[in-house]
Design a protein around this ligand. Structure first.
Ligand code: BDR
Length: 313
């Protein structure tokens, strides 16, 4: 039986890669809906981009919902400097024709978790956590109904990527990350500590291009665009590919290593706002609230991504 998932996302090229990996794995994932949120770019753009990706993959049957357009308490910070003005720059994709659902993404999350069997729905978060946290605040009963939350968020050993101490998805909405981390559901975090190991080297991008399908070509064009910023910043052989770590972990947990630890989010200090405070050495005695992934097999990760994208149109 495929695993029922709700995707919350702010595409973004690396989120597109994650969504394509999910759509290329229909035996493992049953996507109940995609909830777009403001993050890498504004909500109107992430909503358009999410639908462009679904249509690229021939999956306009998956409903798309508008999530939150701004963080819970702070002003929105976006990342056009990485992802381009449209957020999905690189390939020329047609404007989407599929609709945005009338129901708000917060209501979709609440209704779905209440309607489905307890523990049967996984939230795959590729973005700031605003919409999920808002749902948890409005309907605290849903926390006990979530099967698992698997999220790309946070950083500890790698510092930060938007400030010296904060990872982008947490920095955009630290209060939301704090709500989610305290909700009591089972969770896994794929932080920069592991995503920085997943670098899009020329050989790995060439393998995507060589697939010969439209999804492989579009994804390679996206990643060639978005790697430009990171290559100048890090001076590595390839740019980190964050988002697909979420579905890759769900598909092949054996590719990754981590620990069950306590993680808290800084929401007070402007200097370290959004910092993930990871009790890696179990100093505090606080009970673990998260499975925190630190390492991964990059060759295995790209082989999985390439194989699954190769199954798409
Ligand atoms: C995260 O920040 C965004 O810019 C990326 O798309 C990814 O979700 C990495 O920190």
């Amino acid at each position: 039986m495929p695993r029922k998932i709700i995707i919350t996302t702010d595409p973004g090229q690396d989120e597109a890669a994650a969504i394509l990996l999910i759509l290329g794995s229909p035996e493992e994932f049953d996507v109940l809906g995609v909830v777009a949120v403001a993050g890498n770019v504004r909500l109107d753009r992430t909503l358009r981009n999410a639908r462009q990706i679904l249509e690229l993959a021939g999956r306009s049957d998956i409903p798309v919902f508008a999530g939150c357009e701004r963080p819970m308490q702070r002003a929105l910070v976006t990342a056009e400097h990485v992802h381009g003005p449209e957020g999905l720059d690189g390939p020329a994709l047609p404007l989407p024709t599929m609709p945005v659902q009338a129901r708000h993404g917060v209501n979709f999350i609440i209704d779905t978790l209440r309607a489905e069997a307890v523990g049967s729905v996984t939230i795959t978060s590729l973005s700031p956590l605003t919409t999920l946290a808002t749902a948890l605040v409005q309907a605290p009963d849903i926390a006990g109904r979530i099967g698992e939350i698997v999220m790309m968020a946070g950083a500890y050993f790698e510092g930060g990527n938007i400030t010296p101490r904060a990872e982008f998805n947490v920095f955009v909405d630290p209060q939301a990350a704090d709500v989610v981390l305290r909700c009591g559901a089972k969770m896994t975090i794929l932080p920069l500590d592991v995503t920085h190991q997943m670098r899009s080297t020329p050989r790995r991008l060439a393998a995507l291009e060589a697939l010969g399908n439209r999804c492989g070509a579009a994804l390679a064009a996206m990643l060639r665009f978005s790697e430009d910023f990171d290559m100048k910043k890090y001076r590595w052989e390839g740019a980190p590919l964050h988002g697909p770590c979420v579905p890759a972990f769900m598909l092949r947990p054996g590719l990754f290593q981590g620990r069950d630890v306590h993680v808290a989010i800084e929401t007070g200090s402007e200097l370290t706002m959004g910092m993930s405070v990871v009790d890696w050495w179990r100093i505090t005695g606080e009970p673990a609230n998260v499975h925190y992934v630190r390492d991964g097999d990059a060759d295995g990760y790209y082989a999985l991504l390439t194989e699954r994208v190769g199954r798409l149109p």
